[in-house]
Design a protein around this ligand. Structure first.
Ligand code: SF4
Length: 461
């Protein structure tokens, strides 16, 4: 919908974000100041090690982290001790950069072979601009009855509460918004949202997103949450945030104590790689989980970062250990500036095929393509239905074992053996119960267990 050069400008002109002239939720702000550098230039001193030697240095403080984000070519070059970062000044001019010192410290190699580097440091490849990419691939702007609030599905809305993030992910779907102007929702805009929700009682679920809403002050977040809770039909509030990944020290006791007043409240975070799972992230997530906040995770499949089944397996195993349920694995959106991160849909299918049977179901996300043109999330699954007849559905499992599932209309007990002659037709007609691959360890184990007479005694205790 937007032309290349003017796209971001047009988005701002639509004012779906926040007008400086509006009062910025005054009462909350007066109690709880925003991070110090929120609208001010980043300081010139930025190196994590250097800053640790300064008297005012406080890397464990989230406001210090935001004040000391890496924002310029000079800062990132100095931090990485790398002089040649070609053309990234042009990229930053188009898509802003900000990296918290904490997240930058997770970079192990200063090049794109490092997943954290790839997600944080601008690349000239962001300027690749094929025709099929656009600024707003999900057509969110077209589904905004109130500026900054997307109403697509009947029962839920998404509220863009801020345009600020502590770190600007290079793969962000909302590159048209994130960081173009760091501001948060005003009291006036929030009132418009509440008015809309009051006359739309079918909306029971509000997703507070951005930008990253947890970069707002506690007071501003509470203003948003309490306003939403004043609408009787709003049942569930969800917060989408990457803070536990890029700024875990933001999860303070004060924040958690405030959040838990607004249950049922869910948080979805955004881990993409096992290298992001650190002791600090674990501590932050433990605080949230202990406060009774259900935690989910949305991962974006990114070429060169996590497009490997073993990486996703390790990530998902790490997530459930932190009480975070892997929720979605997203196919990368068709957003301008992220072409180099896109993988084939086939790659996602391959990963899903790999996970099933290898890890517990609670560790398996749903692979989705968020459809262009506002089509919404479409789950994409390997095909486990092999065939269907009026009496039987033939299914396969992750090992290639095929079984028949008798439909309710089947009166006879199906045969239970498999024969070497069996095939899909025998299954679909109920003549065989299963067809197993020649080397199926589980079937062999079951045969051994069945043959072991001692097993029977277990149930006679
Ligand atoms: S934190 Fe979220 S909104 Fe912000 S840049 Fe990253 S992906 Fe985009």
């Amino acid at each position: 919908m937007y032309s290349d050069a003017s796209g971001r400008q047009l988005a701002l002109e639509k004012e779906y974000m926040f007008n400086d002239a509006d009062s910025p939720m005054d009462s909350a702000e007066s109690q709880d100041a925003e991070p110090p550098s929120r609208l001010s230039p980043a300081p010139s001193s930025h190196n994590f090690n250097t800053l640790e030697n300064q008297s005012a240095c406080d890397p464990g403080n989230w406001k210090w982290q935001i004040a000391n984000r890496l924002r310029s070519v000079e800062q990132i070059s100095q931090f990485l001790r790398k002089q040649t970062l070609p053309e990234i000044d042009k990229v930053i001019a188009k898509f802003p950069m900000a990296i918290t010192p904490y997240y930058a410290s997770l970079i192990r190699r200063p090049d794109i072979s490092d997943p954290v580097f790839a997600m944080a440091v601008p690349q000239p490849r962001e300027l690749i601009d094929p025709l099929f990419l656009c600024d707003d691939p999900l057509s969110e702007d077209e589904d905004m009855p109130v500026p900054g609030m997307v109403h697509r599905y009947r029962d839920r809305v998404l509220l863009i509460a801020t345009t600020m993030c502590s770190m600007y992910c290079r793969h962000c779907t909302r590159k048209r918004i994130a960081g173009t102007r760091e501001s948060s929702i005003t009291a006036q805009r929030m009132r418009q949202v509440i008015e809309y929700l009051r006359v739309h009682p079918e909306v029971s679920d509000v997703i507070v997103s951005g930008g990253d809403p947890l970069t707002m002050s506690d007071g501003s977040i509470e203003m948003v949450l309490s306003s939403l809770r004043s609408v009787p039909s709003v049942q569930v509030i969800r917060i989408g945030t990457r803070v536990p990944v890029v700024l875990p020290m933001r999860i303070t006791d004060n924040l958690v104590n405030m959040l838990k007043k607004y249950h049922p409240l869910w948080i979805n975070t955004h881990f993409n790689h096992p290298n992001e799972i650190t002791p600090q992230a674990k501590e932050a997530l433990a605080k949230l989980a202990d406060a009774g906040i259900p935690l989910g995770n949305q991962t974006v499949l990114l070429a060169g970062v996590n497009d490997d089944a073993r990486v996703i397996e390790q990530l998902c195993r790490g997530l459930i250990q932190m009480r975070v349920r892997p929720y979605y694995l997203y196919q990368c959106d068709l957003v301008r500036g992220v072409e180099h991160f896109r993988t084939s849909v086939r790659k996602g299918m391959e990963i899903m095929e790999y996970l099933r049977g290898r890890v517990s179901g609670i560790a398996i996300p749903t692979f989705v393509v968020d459809a262009p043109h506002g089509g919404g999330k479409i789950p994409v699954l390997p095909n486990y239905i092999v065939s269907m007849s009026p009496s039987h559905t033939v299914l396969r499992n992750y090992q290639g074992l095929m079984v028949n599932y008798p439909e309710p209309c089947v009166q006879q007990t199906p045969v239970t053996e498999s024969t070497s002659q069996s095939g899909v037709w025998e299954l679909a007609s109920g003549k065989a119960a299963f067809v197993s691959p020649a080397k199926n360890h589980r079937i062999k184990r079951r045969e051994k267990v069945t043959a072991d007479k001692n097993t029977a005694y277990l149930f006679e205790l």
